[in-house]
Design a protein around this ligand. Sequence first.
Ligand code: PXP
Length: 245
Amino acid sequence: MAQFIQLGVNIDHVATLRQARGTRYPDPVEAARLAENAGADSITVHLREDRRHIQERDVRLLHSVLQTRMNLEMAASNEMLKFACELQPQDCCLVPEHRQELTTEGGLDVCVQHKSLASVCAQLMDAGVRVALFIDPDQEQIEAAASLRVSVVELHAGRYADATDSRVQAEELHRLREATQLALQRRLEVHAGHGLHYHNVIPVAAIPGVTELNIGHAIVSRALMVGLTTAVMEMKQLVRDARSL
Ligand code: PXP
């Protein structure tokens, strides 16, 4: 099974370290350059409402220097919609956002938010942005995403990644596989992300039809030990090799 799979590197946590001290370093732009040179196919940033890591200035700078693609993760809010329509990144991934959460918890409820998401997606698509919806690997969510005519769904891999029991992990992997098949039938491109790590990425990367993985925390954490170039290269190798298993 040799199908191309891309690695999007999320550099939010480079900015987390900078914001912790209010310094000018470490610089997410420098990190993005290193990640691209090491094989990242896109750079993902999540501009959160509380601006806890990536700042607007970072996103604008990155947009002007990236050699690959920018994948801007954002809440479906008016503020972010205005920002994204003006910036026009290549990709926008709409995610749920709650102030108190440590990280994105769960996917969007596209069924419940269908009407408001329809308007946000339409405006982004009109601005020439490819839209992805971050959803749990559930049939209803996929059908709802397909009805919005977006190009991509990013499947939330968190439950798979967080599973401590091998039976539960196998069930969650099965859900990801089934969701991928349904999404492909609905002509959606399938990405996956959240919680993926060097020790658990291979089975997800090996799912036929998944064309992109977005990975952040594990890569930035590994970079502290081995450097960002090596950390990205190691992940890229794992993801690529999963396709030839
Ligand atoms: N994909 C989406 C939609 C996310 O919200 C996140 C976290 O910002 C990621 C991927 C990356 O998750 P992690 O940092 O756990 O690799």
